[in-house]
Design a binder for this molecule. Structure first.
Ligand code: TXA
Ligand code: MG
Length: 544
């Protein structure tokens, strides 16, 4: 148990004495909680191994999870990083001082205790004047967020006090943190810049400077068991209040309907919505359209849930745009990736044989506000140059199906995959689930973003079982003669070729028997009228 000193550090002019005290303690190997513009940090001299080790202990943090080193001038980067590439300079020029952390290969002088055993080091130049002054008067500071490991990061002095009294040598009161979520972490130690953690500097802003940026899968998804974390922090449970959170996907009315019929005792919703949940504990985190305030409020809100004694909490899922990506990343983790879909808007299967006019129906649905996932396009996407799915195919059909410049050799794959039934089934079993997974993911995203309905446009909807994921199915068929003409025209092929293609397809009943709605597309074709029963049942009655 430490005897923790409380310091007041609101202002670098008026509170200079306390700021000096903090710097002295740090220079002497002590541990001090300091304010930054993102969240409070628990700081120690980055080059002092013992001091850094104590920080792991004070936080209860696993020792393979590295710290960010905070600097107060760009030049200090050279005392930490072995090389400073042009891209780092560009980022620094644009976003430093500010909520951006850059990972680079480390110099030998940086202890492995600071880098969590890695050969890279994370560096950040914060914009908070007090943080800068303390660094300037002491040294580069290793500082994780000043919370007990696994708890929400502290964005107010009260949070630091609650977590760090008795653990730190001193805690500085600098008021509330502005940004509210931790810094964006980008690695420049990878072949392509990799976004490891979203934060106050957005993906869009990084792309503007760097061009290509990869996004770590772990940002919006739980880590798979055999996956190694690009940023070790992503492995651990994080930001959790004691209450159990569930993220509810849907618009406000859908959320409300879901919450009304749920036994959850609390909701975390956007400002202005709380009056609709009078029989539950409510906590808000900014307005629906204001991700900056959502970020600022998020960790307050999570702690507030516990203060109010919430047990089971339903949370409105925010948008992932801009800083919203950081909000979702923290919120999903806080909820341990527990989701429910409250959508009353449907996911619709759209299917039919080639030349049936399915594309025409899809275009109409798009026009009336539906999102359409085109499985033909997705099939092409997952076999494009550089697509991770190519490796899966190569593992089964031979590495040589990928050419030297990374393209798929479609002819070679076809010659192997279509040589017998078993090979063809293997190809299907490798591609269909991936296509359906991506389609569903995009449909859910579209519904979250307000689409009237989400449509999976799939010629093989039934064959690959995707119909079971849909609320309803529309089959589009057309008389053989009309289909023949359409195919010949569309693909510029002879009658024999078109007939050959049609001959391997199912007859109309295959589609119509299994579908709730059937659309027969003659010319002239009144698509609006044909779809009326579907629109009446699924779109008109919908909660908006
Ligand atoms: O805004 C912030 O970044 C705050 C304030 C105090 O500056 N700090 C903060 O630190 O959030 P912490 O330790 O809670 O999170 C640092 C994250 C962790 O996810 C860690 O795994 C990752 O950065 N990280 C640090 N060094 C790394 C490295 N060399 N390679 C990959 N990830 C690294
Ligand atoms: Mg943290």
């Amino acid at each position: 148990m430490k005897n923790t000193l409380k310091l007041k550090t609101y202002d670098i002019n008026n509170d200079l004495a306390d700021i000096r005290t903090a710097a002295e303690i740090l220079k002497n190997g002590g541990v001090v909680a300091i304010p930054t513009e993102t969240v409070y940090g628990l700081a120690a001299d980055a080059f002092n191994e013992d001091a850094v080790r104590y920080v792991y202990k004070a936080k209860g943090r696993p020792s393979d999870n590295p710290f960010i080193v905070h600097i107060s001038s760009f030049e200090q980067i050279y005392s930490l990083a072995k090389e400073v590439p042009e891209s780092a300079k560009k980022l620094a020029e644009k976003f430093w001082p500010g909520p951006l952390t850059i990972i680079l290969p480390k110099r030998d002088e940086v202890p492995y205790a600071t880098s969590g055993g890695l050969d890279t080091v994370a560096i950040r130049f914060p914009s908070h004047p007090v943080a800068n002054k303390i660094i300037e008067l002491s040294c580069p500071l290793a500082a994780p967020s000043a919370n007990i490991s696994g708890f929400p990061s502290p964005t107010a002095f009260e949070h630091v006090e609650a977590d760090m009294m008795g653990r730190a040598d001193a805690i500085c009161d600098g008021g509330d943190c502005n940004v509210g979520v931790e810094s964006t972490v980008i690695s420049l130690a990878t072949p392509v810049p990799l976004l490891c953690r979203p934060g106050g500097i957005t993906l869009e802003q990084l792309c503007d400077v760097l061009g290509e940026v990869q996004v770590a899968d772990s940002i919006l998804n739980p880590m798979k068991q055999d996956e190694s974390a690009p940023s070790p922090g992503m492995k651990y449970k994080h930001y959790s209040p004691k209450a159990q959170l569930t993220v509810v996907r849907g618009n406000f009315e859908e959320f409300r309907a879901y919450a009304d019929s749920s036994y959850a005792d609390a909701v975390m919703c956007f400002e202005g919505e709380e009056e609709f949940f009078r029989n539950k504990i409510t906590v808000t985190f900014g307005q629906e359209t204001d991700p900056l305030t959502q970020a600022q409020r998020l960790f307050f809100a999570l702690r507030e849930l516990d203060e109010k004694g919430a047990d089971k909490v339903l949370v409105r899922s925010p948008s992932k745009e801009g800083v919203g990506l950081a909000v979702c990343n923290r919120l999903y983790r806080a909820a341990a990736f527990r989701f429910v879909d409250a959508f009353k808007r449907p996911i619709v299967g759209l299917t039919g044989p080639t030349g049936s006019g399915k594309g025409y129906v899809a275009a109409y649905l798009k026009n009336i506000g539906c999102y359409v996932a085109d499985t033909d396009l997705i099939a092409r996407e997952i076999t494009m140059k550089g697509a991770p799915h190519l490796k899966v195919l190569a593992a089964h059909f031979g590495e040589d199906i990928i050419t030297a410049d990374g393209e798929l050799d479609r002819k070679l794959l076809a010659s192997r995959a279509f040589k017998d039934k078993a090979s063809q089934e293997l190809l299907n079993s490798l591609t269909h689930p991936e296509i359906i997974r991506i389609s569903m993911e995009r449909c859910i995203d579209a519904l979250e973003n307000g689409a009237t309905a989400a449509v999976i446009d799939a010629p093989l909807l039934f064959e690959c079982g995707a119909d079971k994921l849909c609320n309803t199915v529309i089959a589009v068929t057309a008389p053989k003669e009309i289909r023949l003409q359409r195919i010949m025209q569309r693909d510029n092929i002879s009658e024999e070729q078109a007939l050959a293609r049609m001959s391997v397809q199912h007859d109309d009943e295959f589609y119509t028997d299994k579908s709730e709605f059937s659309v027969r597309s003659y010319a002239p074709f009144d698509v609006e009228k044909e779809l009326e029963p579907f629109v009446d049942k699924y779109l008109k009655a919908q909660v908006t």
